[in-house]
Design a protein around this ligand. Structure first.
Ligand code: COA
Ligand code: AMP
Length: 238
């Protein structure tokens, strides 16, 4: 199988990225599909890499909670994550970092924070870059996409659920994410016990800041990062 990864940018700013895992005979169609996704870019790259694929049987189960205000939504998220052993004070501090740009230059990171679940210390080797989850897809992407859209979920959920499922499978204890799209305020938290919980509105409308935090046990950091970046997985079912 092959991991096909596309990313595009405009004036040096990241516009979009997407990834598929496909058979050799499907590479041409996959590249074509990915190339037609972004519509405003001055740079685009496609990487194709042979991978040994393992399977994940089931995606995390999905739940959705909607609140009136960001403050209520975050209190709910914090309450749920406390059940995973993460202190509220650590979460509040990290949320504040995300709200103001978690990269040391004040902008957004290019990947996720890796945080020690016990102390709240950021462990990612490069705090501007963070860690990116790659090499993950659905065994039957069209079938899963149709199923999720039928249930009222978005295309964003198709990709985010795949990433979160791989993260938890690799040993991330819990994840928090919200998008950089100023108009898209739904975020999620995920863990083995909680599943994939969509929460709205997890960020303020108009905010260009993104957030992705992976909580890990300190001693497992290197193994988890290797799994997230190097090991390839196809997810079979919902
Ligand atoms: N955000 C910002 N910059 C990014 C980026 C991202 N998501 N992905 C890539 N870049 C930029 C970085 O500058 C990167 O250099 P770096 O490694 O020093 O950070 C450069 O592009 C080269 O990236 P590349 O090595 O080509 O990317 P990759 O092989 O790690 O693949 C993608 C990453 C593009 C597949 C991944 O970021 C992505 O978009 N996956 C799909 C995510 C998705 O579906 N999101 C929606 C639901 S959550
Ligand atoms: P997005 O989901 O694309 O809106 O991005 C939200 C946040 O997740 C940003 O901090 C991105 O840098 C980060 N991010 C994007 N792609 C990945 C990925 N593949 N793995 C981990 N983090 C990512």
């Amino acid at each position: 199988m092959f991991s096909v990864r596309m990313r595009s940018s405009f004036h040096g700013k990241h516009v979009s990225g997407a990834e598929r895992i496909c058979k050799r005979e499907d590479i041409r169609d996959t590249v074509y599909e990915l190339l037609t996704r972004p519509d405003n870019y001055d740079y685009i790259s496609v990487k194709i890499e042979r991978v040994e694929v393992k399977e994940i049987e089931k995606a995390l189960p999905i739940k959705t909670y909607t609140f009136e205000k960001v403050e209520e939504a975050r209190e709910f998220a914090i309450g749920m994550l406390e059940k995973e052993g993460i202190k509220a004070s650590i979460l509040k501090k990290l949320f504040m970092e995300l709200d103001t740009g978690a990269s040391p230059d004040g902008g957004n990171m290019r990947g996720a924070m890796i945080v020690d679940i016990g102390s709240g210390e950021r462990l990612e080797p490069d705090k501007r870059r963070g860690i990116r989850t790659v090499k993950v897809d659905w065994s039957s992407r069209k079938f899963i996409t149709d199923l999720l859209l039928e249930k009222g979920y978005t295309l964003r959920t198709v990709d985010a659920l795949a990433i979160a499922t791989k993260n938890i499978h690799c040993g991330v204890v819990a994840e928090v994410c919200w998008s950089d799209d100023p108009d898209y305020t739904t975020g999620y938290i995920a863990s083995k016990n909680l599943g994939y919980i969509r929460i709205s509105p997890l960020k303020r409308k108009g905010s260009p800041y993104v957030g992705r935090i992976y909580f890990v046990n300190r001693g497992e950091k290197d193994r988890v990062i290797t799994c997230l970046e190097k090991e390839a997985f196809l997810i079979r079912s919902l």
